[in-house]
Design a protein around this ligand. Structure first.
Ligand code: ADP
Ligand code: MG
Length: 378
């Protein structure tokens, strides 16, 4: 039986604001997680991409904020700037006006951010590096944090991020509530997480398969030489409405974007070599469908929720199953349909076998010869 938001203890005002966004029935992860968060438990939650994990933590957090206290009470840590900005927008869309929220991320003027922090944020959504900067300068205090969230938790606990995350958490009170969310949580992450969660509740929304069934997953075998033409041919046939095209490196993304533009496609690039202003501009254009194709590195693989993404291309084969799952999860969100097209060159064959084992299903083989736009219509 499905609980309503009301039965989950969400106040009427908040329910009304959700309604305005067309959100009326809680998703399974929201239904399971929200009562546990209200009980004050630490939670480790795993649910597929695009199933509403963000609101599962935001709704209860908004309830615990006391706007009269001039302290940071809710902290959300994310791996990328784009995700921090996106989650802040979600907070802004539903919060009371006296609750103050702020995105804290790199590439922006630190002093300016610090000034805004002095305006006393109640909720901070941050990337680790910049948040540590502020902690070092004492322009932010996490002493009064009630709830901390690691979104994309498995990535936040990887070697690259873990030392920073640990430092950040050491600035928060012992007795805060800690919440971990991701679509992928490996055994290794689980045991690591145990070391700093207090008798956590585990929520796993059991998918039948690791990846979403509403995403059709196709595979084109190609070669390094033929790759560009293969992509152009498929793009010409499919004319995707909005697509994210993933490349292995910043340089490859930039080069491929150039090629697409040369061929008349309305595309732009997103990766870590761009200025922050450019990154924000590109994301906005893509969200507004002013550009149709986003050529990106894995910086866009996690968490980004852009309405209307019909296609994801793995132009370069993903590094591991997790990357595959998150990348293709940029389409087929909130129950919508999507198409994921992966390219494999001869040297990707072993990785492909491994991937198919991990996601527990073979990708459907296609070739340019049989390409017919009608066939893939959804
Ligand atoms: P996840 O973090 O699980 O990948 P998000 O939290 O980004 O997914 O949510 C995906 C999309 O689903 C967002 O556009 C969000 O607004 C929408 N959404 C969230 N909860 C609901 C709901 N209960 N009903 C309908 N849509 C929802
Ligand atoms: Mg998410």
């Amino acid at each position: 039986m499905t609980n309503t938001f009301q039965q989950l203890g969400i106040p009427t005002q908040l329910i009304d604001r959700l309604k305005k966004q067309g959100i009326t029935v809680p998703t399974p992860v929201q239904e399971e997680v929200i009562p546990k968060i209200f009980k004050g438990k630490d939670v480790m939650a795993q649910a597929q991409t695009g199933t509403g994990k963000t609101l599962a933590f935001l709704l209860p957090i908004l309830e615990t904020i006391d706007p009269d206290l001039p302290h940071v009470q809710g902290l959300i840590v994310t791996p990328t700037r784009e995700l921090a900005i996106q989650i802040t927008k979600e907070v802004e869309a539903i919060k009371d006006e006296n609750v103050l929220s702020l995105a804290v991320y790199g590439g922006q003027d630190v002093a300016k951010q610090a000034k805004r922090l002095n305006g006393q944020a109640h909720i901070i959504v941050a990337t680790p590096g910049r948040l540590l900067d502020h902690l070092g300068r004492e322009t932010v205090s996490l002493e009064h944090v009630k709830t901390a969230v690691l979104d994309e938790a498995d990535q936040m606990l990887e070697v690259g991020f873990f030392p920073d995350v640990k430092k950040i958490l050491s600035h928060t009170p012992e007795d805060k509530q800690l919440l971990l969310f991701s679509a992928t949580i490996t055994q290794k992450v689980r045991s690591l997480a145990k070391s700093f969660l207090k008798s956590p509740e585990r929520v796993t929304i059991e998918p039948e398969v690791v990846t979403l069934t509403n995403i059709k997953q196709l595979l084109y075998e190609t070669t390094d030489r033929a790759k560009q033409d293969t992509l152009l041919t498929i793009m010409r046939e499919h004319r995707p409405f909005l697509a994210v095209i993933f490349c292995r490196t910043k340089r490859r993304a930039s080069k491929l974007n150039g090629l697409l533009k040369q061929n008349g496609f309305d595309s732009d690039e997103l990766h870590g070599d761009l200025s922050q202003a450019k990154r924000e501009k590109v994301m906005k254009s893509f969200r507004d469908a002013k550009i149709q194709y986003l050529v990106a590195t894995d910086v866009a693989a996690r968490g980004l929720d852009v309405e209307g993404v019909t296609h994801v291309f793995n132009y370069d084969f993903p590094q591991d199953a997790e990357s595959y799952i998150h990348r293709i999860g940029r389409t087929g969100r909130a129950g919508g349909k999507g198409l994921a097209i992966t390219f494999a060159t001869p040297k990707d064959r072993q990785a492909l076998r491994h991937l198919e084992k991990e996601v527990d299903r073979p990708l459907q083989r296609r070739s340019l010869a049989e390409l017919s736009p009608k066939k893939e219509e959804q």
